[in-house]
Design a protein around this ligand. Structure first.
Ligand code: KIV
Length: 262
């Protein structure tokens, strides 16, 4: 996948599949499938580091994980998430942050929200950095939103989101993540824009879907949002394998002669 393929896929009506990816070994597994692209999301603050929200992610951490993903999947289209406040300290600091992710191996960066970001989107695109937008539930604003809640409900909120989507597209975003918004609103945004929408909790009438890898593999079990489907009982399978390893170690069934050097 290259950046031009996003608009082409929308024109052709072929949905785009995207998953989050934070490390080298899962990147290699994803690269062996037909999945179109990965997002090194700042959700890694929660999934990998156990924080209650995405705010603790910083540029150095995001760059390190982006580099790990790139090493695991040299050919995959990788989007690096600009972390909390890294693009709100002026154009120069934002360019530095985007540069760090691109130098680490990202093909594009993602940022949350439209207000105050439009000049930056234009500047990054003019500087050779493809930008993915993100509207609806923008987790970096969790304190302002009062929690991880569905956004864009009601006429005024829906109209505001539609207008922000138009602004991001006009500023040069090549795609737009819509998170936790009513399916009708996501469909309206999708019908309006020439760039593809990638939904997460945004219903089926979008141009692609993104999920957190550990959610779709059934590895994260503590909290499962309504929109998550699991394709594997990851936590059960991993627990059983670890339990079997423990049993074989404690019973001296592991290692056997074949697994030992002579
Ligand atoms: O950080 C992330 O994983 C994201 C996706 C949920 C879209 O932004």
């Amino acid at each position: 996948m290259i950046v031009q393929d996003f608009a082409r896929r929308k024109r052709e009506g072929v949905p785009i599949s995207m998953v989050t990816c934070y490390d080298s070994w899962s990147a290699a597994l994803i690269a062996a499938t037909d999945i179109d692209c990965v997002l090194v999301g700042d959700s890694l603050a929660m999934v990998v580091y156990g924080h209650p929200n995405t705010l603790p992610a910083d540029v150095a951490t995001m760059a390190a994980h982006t580099a790990a993903v790139r090493r695991g999947a040299p050919q995959l289209f990788v989007v690096g998430d600009l972390p909390f406040l890294s693009y709100r300290k002026g154009l120069e600091a934002a360019v530095e942050a985007a540069g760090a992710l691109m130098r680490a191996g990202a093909n594009a960066v993602k940022l949350e929200g439209a207000a105050g970001n439009l000049e930056l989107v234009r500047h990054l695109v003019e500087s050779g950095v493809p930008v993915m937008g993100h509207l609806g539930l923008t987790p970096q604003s969790v304190n302002l939103l009062g929690g991880f809640k569905v956004q864009g409900r009601g006429e005024a909120a829906a109209a505001a989101l539609l207008s922000q989507a138009r602004e991001l597209a006009a500023a040069g975003c090549f795609a737009l993540v819509l998170e936790a918004v009513p399916a009708e609103l996501a469909a309206a945004v999708t019908a309006e824009l020439a760039i593809p929408t990638i939904g997460i909790g945004a219903g089926a009438r979008v141009d692609g879907q993104v999920l957190v890898l550990q959610d779709l593999l059934g590895i994260t079990t503590a909290f499962r949002p309504k929109f998550v489907r699991t394709w594997l009982d990851g936590s059960g399978l991993i627990r059983d394998a670890l339990q079997a390893y423990h049993r074989d170690v404690t019973s001296r069934a592991f290692p056997n002669g074949e697994e030992s050097y002579r």
